[in-house]
Design a binder for this molecule. Sequence first.
Ligand SMILES: Cc1cc2nc3c(=O)[nH]c(=O)nc-3n(C[C@H](O)[C@H](O)[C@H](O)COP(=O)(O)OP(=O)(O)OC[C@H]3O[C@@H](n4cnc5c(N)ncnc54)[C@H](O)[C@@H]3O)c2cc1C
Length: 480
Amino acid sequence: MIYDYVVIGSGIIGTMIARELSRYDVSLLVLEKENDIANHQTTANSAIIHSGHDPKEGTLKAKLCVLGNSLYNKLEKELDIPLLRTGAFVVAHDQDEEKMLDQLYQRGLINGVGEMMLLSGDEARRQEPLLSPSITKVLSLPTTKVTYPWEVAIAALGNAIKNGATFQRNSEVVSMNYNDGVYKIGLKNGLNVQTKNIINAAGLWSDHVALMLEKEFELTIKPRKGEYLVLDRKAKDLFHKVIYPLPTSSGKGVLIVPQVHGNILLGPTSSPVSDPNKAGTTKDGMTYIKDHLKKLSVHIPYDMVIRTFAGIRASSTYDDFYIKESSFFPGFYHVAGIDSPGLTAAPAIATYLINEIIKLKANQKENFDPYRVKPIPFHHRSDLDKKKMIEENPKYGHLVCKCEKITEQEIIDAITGPTGNETIKGIKKRARAGSGLCQGGYCESRVLKIISKTTGKSLDEINYYAEHTPILMKETKKHD
Ligand SMILES: Cc1cc2nc3c(=O)[nH]c(=O)nc-3n(C[C@H](O)[C@H](O)[C@H](O)COP(=O)(O)OP(=O)(O)OC[C@H]3O[C@@H](n4cnc5c(N)ncnc54)[C@H](O)[C@@H]3O)c2cc1C
């Protein structure tokens, strides 16, 4: 078969583009090199749906960030994704910083950010009492929100599949050639795919994928790592808004970010790295975060840190999002160098690509269904419902993750659903098992056994995350 479109990459950009394309009467395949959706940038970021106060005026980043922010309100209804309307404060400490804050306010106005306000330090502290007393002025951004990025990507791709798209994971694109209007894509697993159009949404590898066909490419990815600390849900009520310092040339700075499930994120750092696969945290990174947060608040409970993590940004030598058709290969579209605010802009990037770059003329499907029916977590149900469900299926009566109250049947659903996954991290992304205070200390071995039983794989074949990351190395005790 010759597909109309192949999308390379299932981060937030590839999945949003796939969902948008699935509205149309076109055949569509999404290829992902990893064993799961959203394993790179989309899995490890600050989760902020930015207002759009920060990108330079007139850039695609500015235009698509502001539009993307408003499109998330629609996505919330259609895909039932979590969206916490936190609002945000950008803070200043002295006259020089106040001037910069005023300029940021003007930039926000030009970018079309709504509802902004300038507040005095005291006015801001009435809303966020733990803000540093040295803060003198604040830019308030009520349209800033927070989401759960990998759920958005999984929901978008699930919806695209419901509307006819096909998804292949473990399918790394390693070669391409073009002949007479048809592209032949070679995969690492030895298979080939044919298509009339390719959308390169390969994130940190988007320059590499471009150069599989292009002789030269306008941008080079320069990965930048961002490290974080995560506070337990008990810290939930300490901060209600996203708190930003003033941005600098290396980014938005170290932030305080309330999360949709009650945790608080602290970070990120921003440092260049050579290997986009190496997202470890460092002592220096943690120290950097703590030092920089002193200017935002001196009341951060570091004894509530439950984990650290890092993500790697697809920053590039191009000063903006790069969303263009190849000058030499018709139907080869690059959506490259999508660093922050890529999560925010993703739904707008998808419509911009399809309407303004591809200028797609295909008919829209009459039966396109924009909705996802999200399963209600078992522990949110009424006692009567719970009793009935356990009577019908005792696996609902078996609590596997005590911190997040996740049952065996919910783990099985996360493995077997249309966008299911059989890694420990994949289950965490879908069912939240292992996301709580004990960070999987209690449930991980139990989840492992359920994956093994459900998939028929042996315990030592089950990966934590990517391929070749087994949890069990060798058997140390024999049971009778
Ligand atoms: C530390 C950090 C903080 C951030 N904070 C925010 C924020 O708060 N708000 C915001 O709006 N944005 C934020 N961002 C930016 C945002 O996360 C990214 O812009 C967005 O996730 C990019 O999505 P993507 O789909 O382009 O990339 P990715 O999520 O990296 O997806 C690309 C996919 O392509 C796949 N792929 C690559 N090569 C191949 C190949 N050859 N064959 C098949 N598949 C391939 C990869 O495996 C991957 O799954 C942050 C980013 C980082 C790292």
